[in-house]
Design a protein. Structure first.
Length: 205
């Protein structure tokens, strides 16, 4: 099994916790309070800016051209995801420029950028892969219970799409290429824990 596969399997408990989280259940059923989703979109936009910066640092630290190109494609995918949030913002009456990070968001972005600045490309992949793989997993899982006709259907459609799954697979391939089991396990698991905390932070609003 690949390193990415091993790490995903080792963190199946946290993937299950995310899948059954009340926030995710609310997205699935369409009954998530709009205030929670509004808060989530603003926080996720803040987070994604750090995510894109981490990709940029991975590009700078990678010495081979195929790796640089792959990280650049992922960076572009992150920018596309940010544009999705910008599309949500007017409808939800969110000023993304004025969003202040909550505790869960700040913990995640501080961790992510610290790894991106200080660690190797393999460790950067380990810190970033859980977000991509978990969202692809959740999107695909929720799509199975559709078709959804409620206000969160676009969210489900975005993360269930083959294009997003391809981006997640690309990052996993980079984790396999540059990662090491001895240094990847801890940042991977901590990122998974932060993902679940991120949902809890949004639901608490």
């Amino acid at each position: 099994m690949s390193l990415a596969g091993q790490l995903w399997q080792a963190n199946a408990d946290l993937a299950a916790a995310a899948r059954t989280h009340p926030f995710v259940r609310g997205l699935e059923c369409g009954d998530l309070p709009e205030a929670a989703f509004r808060y989530y979109v603003g926080q996720d936009a803040f987070f994604l800016k750090a995510f894109v910066r981490a990709y940029a640092l991975a590009v700078a630290k990678t010495e081979d051209l195929p790796g640089m190109q792959a990280f650049t494609r992922l960076l572009q995918g992150g920018l596309e995801e940010l544009r999705l949030h910008q599309g949500y913002a007017p409808t939800l009456r969110i000023d993304l420029a004025a969003v202040a990070p909550g505790a869960a968001t700040r913990a995640y972005t501080d961790f992510l950028l610290r790894v991106a600045w200080e660690r190797t490309p393999g460790e950067i992949c380990a810190a970033m892969t859980p977000c991509m793989r978990l969202y692809a997993h959740l999107g695909q899982e929720l799509a199975l219970t559709g078709p959804h006709k409620h206000r969160y259907a676009e969210w489900i459609h975005t993360y269930a799409s083959p294009d997003f799954a391809a981006l997640a697979a690309t990052l996993e391939q980079l984790l396999d290429a540059y990662g090491d089991a001895a240094t990847a396990a801890d940042p991977y698991r901590y990122a998974m824990q932060l993902e679940v905390a991120f949902f809890s932070g949004a639901l608490a609003q």
